[in-house]
Design a binder for this molecule. Structure first.
Ligand code: KG4
Ligand code: ZN
Length: 363
């Protein structure tokens, strides 16, 4: 039952997120307190395939939902019928996976006769840096009138300019997403999915000065490009294998025993270049129109070097920095519930019958 000293503020928002391989349910109160946030990872189901298998993801969402939602309601100390507002992710993501959460959300909103919000996944990430750091007693911070958001995940690397209700994409990746290349380089070394966090950990132990990779797309674009860096890193791994007498580094890293210093250095150089590209684009943007506040979110926002470098960059440029709390950097439903709360306060709402799941949609 309810474990919170503060009285819950209405409306209570039930959030549902099933866009990829995490089944998530959260309850927020009207002040943006996270009363519950449950994320059930499907890693074990997808791991044998080295990546997410869409059909398995849909089936897992269906199987996980009863447990995940019961746990979230129990944590929040409420019954389903206490939810005042219902929200679910409508996209972008895997359509079959999205359909599970979206259909559940629509059905709950319809059955309880509650307002419904079909939330854009990136809008959820975009506002997530303003969520409290997993402390149920703290309210969320209000969304500032003007800020720049960087969303870096397995599917997206996008800079957004936000002014009130207007969200504008200022730059995005022209090819691979930042998290995606961390995963692919790690996969080449035989690391288990998702490889990003492990590549980050290994890179911490390497020397980034040994392999230097260039920053692509010189000029004045705010777009990103990560496929060149990925190819260069993969080529360097091959070269390393040849110089080490055809040693198969893929199998070596799978066993994770004594990873050679040369591999650690390579990963450190790769990670440094991936992060340098972000700082390069921020420099360009800040020169054009000063950034008042930078809010950084998405799975890659957990990257240690990115967090350190952004902290330094923001201090040097007098920019207020909001890094998403670790608990909400990966996919979660608290961010979906919070985006819905923001929309609800702005008196926006969606027709539960009209909302459709979309694999790609503009914000
Ligand atoms: O936001 P998220 O959970 O899901 C998507 O919407 O994609 O992001 C997952 C991505 C994966 O590519 C994962 O490898 C990456 O974020 N990631 C990281 C780190 N932690 C997660 N990449 C680099 N360094 C990390 N520490
Ligand atoms: Zn995401």
């Amino acid at each position: 039952m309810a474990r919170y000293a503060q009285p819950m503020q209405r409306p209570l928002v039930l959030g549902i997120e099933t866009s990829c391989d995490d089944t998530a349910c959260a309850v927020l109160d009207g002040a943006g307190r996270v009363l519950a946030s449950v994320v059930s990872s499907q890693l074990a189901a997808h791991r044998p395939y080295g990546g997410v298998v869409p059909e398995i993801a849909s089936r897992e969402h269906l199987a996980n939902w009863p447990r995940v939602s019961a746990e979230a309601l129990d944590q929040a100390g409420i019954r389903l019928a206490d939810a005042d507002v219902v929200a679910a992710t409508r996209g972008p993501g895997l359509v079959g996976a999205l359909l599970v959460g979206l259909s559940l959300g629509k059905a709950i909103a319809f059955a309880l006769d509650r307002p419904f919000h079909a939330v854009h996944h990136l809008e959820g990430h975009l506002y997530s840096p303003f969520l409290p750091a997993c402390d149920a007693a703290s309210p969320a911070d209000p969304i500032p009138d003007r800020f720049v958001g960087l969303v870096a995940s397995g599917g997206h690397t996008t800079l957004f300019g936000v002014e009130g209700e207007r969200i504008e994409s200022l730059g995005e990746t022209r090819d691979d997403a930042m998290g995606e290349v961390f995963d692919k380089v790690g996969k080449r070394l035989g690391l288990p999915y998702p490889q990003g966090p492990r590549v980050d950990e290994l890179a911490e132990q390497g020397d980034a000065r040994v392999h230097r990779f260039p920053t692509p797309l010189r000029g004045d674009t705010l777009d990103f490009s990560y496929s060149g860096l990925k190819s260069q890193a993969l080529l360097e791994i091959e070269k390393l294998e040849r110089t080490r007498g055809s040693q198969d580094l893929g199998r070596l890293a799978a066993r994770e025993t004594a990873i050679p210093t040369a591999v650690l250095d390579l990963l450190a150089g790769f990670r440094a270049a991936a992060v340098a590209q972000v700082l390069d684009r921020l420099d360009r943007l800040h020169e054009r129109r000063p950034i008042p506040l930078l809010a950084v979110s998405g799975g890659v926002a957990a990257n240690r070097l990115l967090r350190r470098e952004l902290t330094g960059w923001a201090a040097r440029h007098g920019v207020v920095l909001r890094l998403v709390p670790f608990a909400f950097s990966g996919d979660n439903a608290a961010m979906i519930a919070y985006a819905a709360l923001v929309r609800h306060r702005r008196r926006m709402r969606d027709d539960p019958f009209a909302a459709e799941a979309e694999s790609r949609i503009a914000i």
